[in-house]
Ligand binder design. Sequence first.
Ligand code: GDP
Ligand code: GDP
Length: 457
Amino acid sequence: MARDGPPLVAIVGRPNVGKSSFFNRLLHRRLAIVEAVPGLTRDRLEAACEWRGRTFTLVDTGGLVLGKTQGLTASVRRQTEHAIADAALVLFLVDAKAGLTPQDAEIADVLRRQGRAVLLLANKADDAAAELNAAEFHTLGLGDPMPISATAGRGIGDLLDAVVAALFGAGAPAGAAGREPEAGDSAPVRIAFLGRPNVGKSSLVNALLGQDRVVVDEQPGTTRDAIDTALTYDGRRVVLIDTAGLRRRTRVVESVEYYSTRRTHQALVRADVVVLVIDAREGITDQDQRIARTAYEAGRGIVVAVNKWDLLRGYSVEQVQRVAQRQLRFLAAVRVCPTSAVRREGIGALMEAVFHTAAVRASRIPTGPLNRALTQAAAAAAPAADSRGHRLHVYYATQPESEPPTIVLFVNDPRLMTADYQRYLERRIRDAFDLAGTPIRWTLRGRRPPETARTSE
Ligand code: GDP
Ligand code: GDP
């Protein structure tokens, strides 16, 4: 570490994982200026990089070729140790296409023992399918692998954010701890108010628009006829979907069928969160259930507004919430909010529920906590063996996508998963990460056990 100037970031990895390609990708993006520095034993390539106003020096160890006569293990070690000797951060590249190899495990060993700060990069994750393979490198014990593609240029910006965060800490972009919002915080939450005629959708939307904390984006001359309404609520951006009819007091009267089918469907596919408005006196009808189910299957978040609360006598909020949640059991702990549009009550709590649901729907659970939760779930209730004595094994899980959260489970044989056990796992994941009101999608993949699991036995 006896070195002045910008911190050193070393790229390490076994041959052919794409270290040079990665280095070149940064040059290509004009993020770096290369200078060849005569090293002790041979030249190594260094590049001064700048990202978000921070500078660091990237060192490529791609020029260090393994000697044919030397033992593989020894030379891999030497290369790695040499490269990381004075690095503040190590970028450890692995090959997502080739999968985990014993050499990767050896390099990981060295890095762990030296206690270096490491970012694990699963290169050659050229597309979403290849990205899934990145998950197995989690077993290296160096944190969440970040999928990148040096040749396709995927994930490079996120990676550089992570490098800057690791080197410069506070003020730099957030790292992998806790839940990561997928889109930028500035993306508006798109909300559709749906429900049967006369439950109070227009009244609720107008009550919302009348709140002090709402600033409507007025576009002169167009707003009254615009289909959607853009606004900020306590400074957060919101788009209300298909409010053309709802904002006008004198509405075009539409048939029940029209409203409940085509229009509803069009609105919900454009929404992040559907507010299902019901009339407190009537409860949840078959038609409400259908809307909720359609929205859920379309991957939307859901919040229930029990409107006309002022007209309901003799029931507690908790009672009504329990009944609604039971009737909408498939929605999994959906938020149920009492509102009164005419008294302008409950609107704030409703919006908080909407923001919360939008946030969990957009969240990405890091691989570590996700796998810990699944391991605990499997320990608390192991899958039963089938009639032939075969038993499901869950190796690891990852959440490659959000909006809605999509979890990929790598198991020994997907056919051994039962609907009951999957529901059980989903319940545990929901509890662990507070995923109320958002659908969760599951994908099962058959896999051999990961290599490190076998070699470490
Ligand atoms: P190094 O030995 O680690 O420096 O690896 P190279 O950069 O020479 O890459 C080895 C091979 O992997 C080359 O054929 C590259 O074109 C290929 N490669 C590198 N990065 C990627 C990638 O992101 N996607 C794919 N599909 N191939 C890559
Ligand atoms: P929409 O067809 O779902 O848009 O329903 P409207 O907003 O047009 O409301 C239908 C009727 O219910 C109107 O007469 C409203 O005044 C009334 N209404 C709406 N919300 C409430 C509420 O919270 N309490 C009471 N008492 N009446 C309401």
